[in-house]
Design a protein. Structure first.
Length: 425
RNA sequence: GGAGAGAUGGCCGAGUCGGCUGAAGGCGCUCGCCUGCUAAGCGAGUGUGUGGUGAAAGCUGCACCGAGGGUUCGAAUCCCUCUCUCUCCGCCA
C-alpha cells in the first residue's frame, strides 16, 4: 500500500506508474473522495473538540451542583450531528481504501521500462547449457521412466497439477530442501522458520495477496483461513504490528513450506511436469531491512539464492523484471531463471524482490532509531531460495544421460545417502 | 466438543460507584549528576497514528486501553457481538 498522502501529492506519478504496469485506476474518484473526506473530518474534529470541552464543563457544574441541562441538550444535538458526519466519512473512506489498496507499488528508478516479460533485461548469466549429443527429454518423461515421478496417480488422488514423488524422487526433493536450508542458515546466516501453512485474512492483506488476488488462493471452507501461496506470507507477518529496534537489522529468515496456488488464468500453460503445480515446495528467504540498505540487501539476497544453483552446477541467468512484468507489491524484482534443456529456454526458479515499505505499511511493521523520536516503516524483501520442484526438474533435465539415468550433482550426494546416479532399477 | 479466566503504553502491571486517567507504579530506554572501573545510587525525560501551526525546538486539535456496534452530554470503565490467548475436562498425531 502506498501512503495516502503520497498518492494525493503524486497523482500524476502514481498514474504514470500504473500505466507503466499496463494498469489504470481512476484517480479522479480518489481525488474527490479524498477531498470530501478531509473536509468532513475537519468538521467532525471541530465538533468533537467542542463536545470534549463542554462535557468537561458539565462535569464541573455537576460537581458544583449547578444545573447543566441546557448544555446537555445542546451536546445531544452535537453528538447526533457527529454521528451523521461519521457515517458519511466512512463511506468516503471505504472508497479511498479500495482504490489505494488496489494501487501497486511504484517501481524503483533502476527498473527498466517495458510492457511485458519480453522486455525484461539480462542482469547476469552463469554457466553454459550442456551439450547432450541426443535430444534431451523433458523431466516428466525422465521421472516417469525412472519411477520417481507419477503424475497420473497424483491426479487420481487429487486432480491435475499435483505432484507425486516416489523413491529417489521423494528423496531428491527432501535432499534439496535440507541442502538449501543448510546453506542459507549455515553459510548465509538466516534463521530457520517453520511457519503455519494456513494464514488468516489479515496476514494475506499485509503482504498484498488480498484483496486483489483472492482468485489465486485456496481458501479453507468454513474458515477465514487460506493456504499459503508462499512462505513470504506467514514469515513476513511474524513482525506484523511490531515496532522493531534499529539494532536488530537486517533480520533474515529462511523457511521451507509447501505452497498452494490455484493459478487462475494459466490454463494450458505447462500442463505437464513439475513447472506449474497447485502444490509445490519452496525454501524462501525473507529479510527485514533498514530503508537505506534495502537495495544492498536485495543484491545479497539474490546472491544467496543463486548460490544454490551454482553449487548444483545448474546453468542459469538473472533478469531484471521490467515495469510491465513486476509484481503488484514489488518495487524491484530479479528473476533467476534456470536452463531447461528440453524446452531450450531459461525458466524462472526464483524471484527476488524488494518491497520497500509497501508491505510494511499494510502489515504495520516499523522500527525505532536510537535517540530519534517516532518510528519509520521497515523495508521488506524476499526471494525463493529456491522453488524445489523446479529445481528437481532442472536437475533431471540438465543431468540426464543417454541411457535415461540421472547423475546427481556432487554437492547433493551427501544428502542422498551418497547416491551418485538415479537409475531405473 | 464441555467448563472457566483473561486481552491496558517497548515490556510487566494498577484502574474505585462512568467525568479531574492518555492512562498510577515498576522495568527498560535516553540525557545529566555521582563513583577509580563495573555495579548500585540520584535527577529529568520517554506511547502510537493523524491534522494544524512554526525555519526548527516546540505548541496545539482529534483518535487510540483486543476488534466492531450500542447506552450517555461524557466510556479503558456499563451493555451486545466477534476475535484471540490461557487453564481444566474430553478427543486426537
Amino acid at each position: 500500500m502506498l501512503e495516502i498522502k503520497f498518492v494525493r501529492q503524486n497523482l500524476e506519478r502514481v498514474q504514470a506508474a500504473l500505466a507503466a504496469r499496463g494498469d489504470a485506476a481512476d484517480m479522479k474518484v480518489f481525488e474527490d473522495a479524498d477531498e470530501q473526506r478531509r473536509t468532513i473530518l475537519a468538521q467532525i474534529e471541530e465538533l468533537r473538540h467542542k463536545r470534549n470541552v463542554v462535557s468537561e464543563q458539565i462535569a464541573q457544574m455537576k460537581r458544583d451542583r449547578e444545573d447543566a441541562e441546557s448544555l446537555v441538550l445542546e451536546m445531544r444535538e452535537v453528538s447526533a450531528t457527529v454521528k451523521e458526519l461519521e457515517k458519511k466519512l466512512s463511506g468516503h473512506e471505504a472508497v479511498i481504501d479500495e482504490i489505494v489498496m488496489g494501487i501497486p507499488n511504484i517501481p524503483h528508478e533502476s527498473v527498466p521500462a517495458g510492457k511485458d516479460e519480453t522486455e525484461n533485461t539480462l542482469y547476469r548469466k552463469w554457466g553454459e547449457p550442456p551439450e547432450f549429443g541426443f535430444f534431451p527429454k523433458p523431466h516428466w518423461e525422465i521421472g516417469e521412466a525412472l519411477k520417481i515421478l507419477d503424475f497420473e496417480t497424483a491426479s487420481k488422488i487429487t486432480g491435475a497439477r499435483f505432484p507425486l514423488y516416489m523413491g529417489a524422487g521423494a528423496r531428491l526433493e527432501r535432499a534439496l530442501i535440507n541442502f538449501m536450508l543448510d546453506i542459507q542458515t549455515g553459510e548465509h546466516g538466516y534463521t530457520e522458520i517453520l511457519p503455519p501453512f494456513m494464514v488468516n485474512r489479515t496476514s494475506m492483506t499485509g503482504t498484498g495477496q488480498l484483496p486483489k488476488f483472492a482468485a489465486d488462493l485456496f481458501k479453507i471452507e468454513g474458515w477465514d483461513y487460506f493456504l499459503i501461496p508462499t512462505a513470504e506470507v506467514p514469515v513476513t507477518n511474524i513482525h506484523q504490528n511490531q515496532i522493531l529496534d534499529e539494532s536488530e537489522f537486517p533480520i533474515c529468515y529462511t523457511a521451507f513450506t509447501p505452497c498452494f496456488r490455484s493459478e487462475a488464468g494459466s490454463y494450458g500453460k505447462d500442463t505437464r511436469g513439475l513447472i506449474r503445480q497447485h502444490q509445490f515446495n519452496k525454501v524462501e528467504l525473507v529479510k527485514f531491512s533498514l530503508p537505506e540498505t534495502s537495495y544492498d540487501e536485495l543484491e545479497s539476497l539474490l546472491e544467496n539464492a543463486e548460490t544454490i544453483l551454482k553449487r548444483l552446477e545448474l546453468p542459469h541467468r538473472v533478469v531484471t523484471l521490467c515495469t510491465g512484468d513486476i509484481g503488484f507489491s514489488a518495487a524491484k524484482t530479479y528473476d533467476i531463471e534456470v536452463w531447461i534443456p528440453s524446452q531450450g529456454v531459461y525458466r524462472e526458479i526464483s524471484s527476488c524482490s524488494n518491497f520497500e515499505d509497501f508491505q510494511a505499511r499494510r502489515a504495520n511493521i516499523r522500527f525505532k532509531r536510537k535517540g530519534k523520536k517516532g518510528t519509520e516503516l521497515v523495508h521488506t524483501l524476499n526471494g525463493s531460495g529456491l522453488a524445489v520442484g523446479r529445481t528437481v526438474a532442472a536437475i533431471l533435465e540438465n543431468c540426464q544421460t543417454g541411457d535415461g539415468s540421472v547423475i546427481i550433482p556432487e554437492a547433493l550426494r551427501p544428502y542422498m545417502g551418497g547416491l551418485e546416479r538415479i537409475t531405473g532399477s
